[in-house]
Ligand binder design. Sequence first.
Ligand SMILES: NC(=O)c1ccc[n+]([C@@H]2O[C@H](COP(=O)([O-])OP(=O)(O)OC[C@H]3O[C@@H](n4cnc5c(N)ncnc54)[C@H](OP(=O)(O)O)[C@@H]3O)[C@@H](O)[C@H]2O)c1
Length: 361
Amino acid sequence: MNKERIMTILITGATGFIGKHLCLTLLQQGCQVQALTRSPASLTQLTGFLEHHGAPMQHFSVLEGDLDKAGLGLAALPNDIECLVHLAARFAWHLPRHTARATNVEGSLRVAELASQLGCRLVFISGFMLANTGYLSGLGINPDHSSHTNWDRVYRRTGGYEASKLESAFALRAYATQHRLKTVEVQPATVAGHSETGELEAGQPLYGLLDNLAHGRLAMIPGSAGHWLPLIPVDTLARAIAAACTDDNPPDTLLVLDRTTPNLKGLLQEAATALGTTAPRRHLPMGIMKALLSIPGLPGLLNVARESLDFIQTCRFDTSGTDLFLRLHGIEIPPFGRSLRASGQRYRLTLNPAPQAPRRN
Ligand SMILES: NC(=O)c1ccc[n+]([C@@H]2O[C@H](COP(=O)([O-])OP(=O)(O)OC[C@H]3O[C@@H](n4cnc5c(N)ncnc54)[C@H](OP(=O)(O)O)[C@@H]3O)[C@@H](O)[C@H]2O)c1
């Protein structure tokens, strides 16, 4: 039932942080991987990454496509795809609503149409906030009646990125029901670096947190002792997504987060130790922090976007179903401190690269 199968998998967002690690994992497991990409520069980085890690490149191919174009801008339909993984998204703060929707909602529906045309499984990536029912109801979203949602209000309250990811998840669920499409919705926590090498990219939210800590921009801890930011290492997440592709009968939803992530204070202490700096000790209530960040100029000065604070919550999650699925696939979430230390140490190296040996002429 849970054996790994050789199959052909198409991936959108293959050039992104999670996408690169997913391509590597699937290739290492013997799958054929097709990467849907729109940018030659990103593709060069992806192939460089895969080659550097010794991936079997004869099983890797590319399909040119763009979520923002009708029919994804595909010249022809790909052949023999058994599973489509949808990772691509505009992932940034301060996104205008129409820009965020164009890619994250309308583009996602184009990807679902493609999966439906190909008759294959769609594994799509939403986020762990979809499992936070209190947060959703605070935004006026009833998951059982999402068509009644006032999306204008959600966009105003959470910003373009998060609102479009929420809208996209509900739109994809509705499309799948209507078209009888087999889907797996993967809901990852905030993604940490690789659990051993600490590889983490500059655009990632955790990188921003480490950067602020390293530069002394984080004087106080946002929220209370109950607030936390659940993490998951990128390699564990990649293995979980790969299992969602290859398992014969995967669950409809996978909530992939490390329940042992400590509260934000503990996370910052662990990160500060890895960075060789000191962590803030005093809390600043979330309401005050958000109010401060609505003062023009302050988000830039503090290098914190108000919308990023929505991911720091007090809600705890039941991951027992996902944990069981991961165990069946032999996937263990590594000890929390290890991956955060690796991310912190790797970040430190980017600030102070190891000295090069002197060149001889
Ligand atoms: N990282 C996290 O902490 C986290 C947590 C929860 C959920 N997620 C979700 O996981 C997914 C991947 O995240 P990530 O961190 O890997 O993001 P990322 O590094 O920013 O990568 C985004 C990917 O989307 C592609 N893309 C953007 N617009 C596109 C378009 N119009 N057409 C085709 N491709 C397009 C990018 O391609 P280019 O190279 O061409 O720009 C890139 O490959 C996203 O859906 C995100 O919402 C991430």
